[in-house]
Design a protein around this ligand. Structure first.
Ligand SMILES: Nc1ncnc2c1ncn2[C@@H]1O[C@H](COP(=O)(O)OP(=O)(O)OP(=O)(O)O)[C@@H](O)[C@H]1O
Ligand SMILES: [Mg+2]
Length: 284
């Protein structure tokens, strides 16, 4: 199958040419993948949802806004390719286009994280338009992509606020475990405050239940609780706990490239379908 097939790309074929992003038909939709709780599947969701969107022909950019740099590592971007990154973009030292690196997946690009990102929260405190710096920096490239996914760090500090100010919507990965809902209400309050102060049109695209374990009754109890509270904001697709998903990053690959057939890959393809349906609506 040729790489440029309109409906589905063969993501297992590395693209030697790595073409620059083509101009999208409309401004990109920007999603912040966020949850202040650590280890709930933010990075895994950002990488694999982005890959699934690229696989169906979308131009996608990931912004690695986490000093841990897991999205960059998980996409096989080595230290040598991380001279310029989201730190420089937010500081205004490099245009976003110049900090963008192509990945192995056709149509998927990343602005990687660099080590200096860990000091950025403090540097931002006294800066002008400190919450809007990412939004301002992304403006010149919003026609280059269909979707931008911002992988947020596990905190509700200035980096995540920058993501919320730049985003159209928040995508919340939620691990099916004890106290999952407690953290979620704090996140929702933060989103409401951002709506009031910096970004009135920000909304929640959806909540994705991650690491769902069918053998664990707690998983289904938590899932029921979240659904009864948030209703259809919760995607129907549930991401199962799947060892292939956790193995993939150490190979520098999205799980969709590492093992296309495993349950985790299939779930992320379904999730992409749901996200697109919510975006494009039933009439388009
Ligand atoms: N569906 C899954 N099945 C099995 N392991 C998973 C799954 N999703 C994520 N993991 C593993 O769980 C760990 C945490 O996931 P991930 O890094 O995506 O979370 P995170 O919310 O980005 O973490 P942090 O808050 O540190 O940024 C990782 O080791 C990842 O490989
Ligand atoms: Mg992460």
């Amino acid at each position: 199958m040729p790489n440029d097939a309109p409906d589905q790309r063969d993501i297992t074929e590395p693209d030697e040419e790595r073409p620059a992003p083509v101009t999208a038909r409309r401004e990109s939709r920007v999603f912040a993948v966020a949850n202040q709780k650590g280890g709930v599947g933010k990075t895994t969701t950002a990488i694999n949802l982005a890959t699934a969107l690229a696989a169906v022909g979308k131009q996608v950019l990931i912004l690695d806004l986490d000093p841990q740099g897991n999205a960059s590592t998980g996409l096989g971007i080595g230290r040598a390719q991380r001279n310029t990154g989201s730190y420089d973009v937010i500081m205004g030292d490099a245009p976003a286009g110049l900090a963008t690196v192509a990945t192995e997946i056709p149509g998927l690009f990343i602005v990687p994280s660099t080590l200096d990102l860990s000091g950025l929260e403090l540097e931002l405190v006294n800066m002008d338009r400190r919450e809007y710096r990412l939004r301002d920096a992304l403006k010149p490239i919003r026609l280059d992509y269909d979707y931008m996914l911002i992988d947020c760090p596990p905190a509700l500090g200035l980096l995540t606020l920058n993501a919320f100010a730049a985003a159209d919507a928040v995508l919340v990965p939620l691990q099916c475990e004890f106290l999952a809902l407690e953290g979620l209400s704090q996140l929702v309050r933060t989103i409401e405050r951002v709506q009031q102060s910096f970004n009135p049109t920000l909304n929640i695209q959806g909540i994705v239940l991650t690491m769902y374990d069918t053998r664990n009754r707690l998983s289904s109890l938590v899932a029921d609780d979240v659904r009864s509270y948030f209703g259809d904001k919760v995607y129907n697709t549930v991401i199962p706990r799947n060892v292939r998903v956790s193995e993939a990053p150490s190979h520098g690959k999205p799980v969709l490239l590492y093992d296309y057939r495993c349950s985790g890959s299939q779930a992320y393809m379904h999730l992409a379908g749901e996200v697109l349906r919510r975006e494009e609506g039933p009439t388009q």
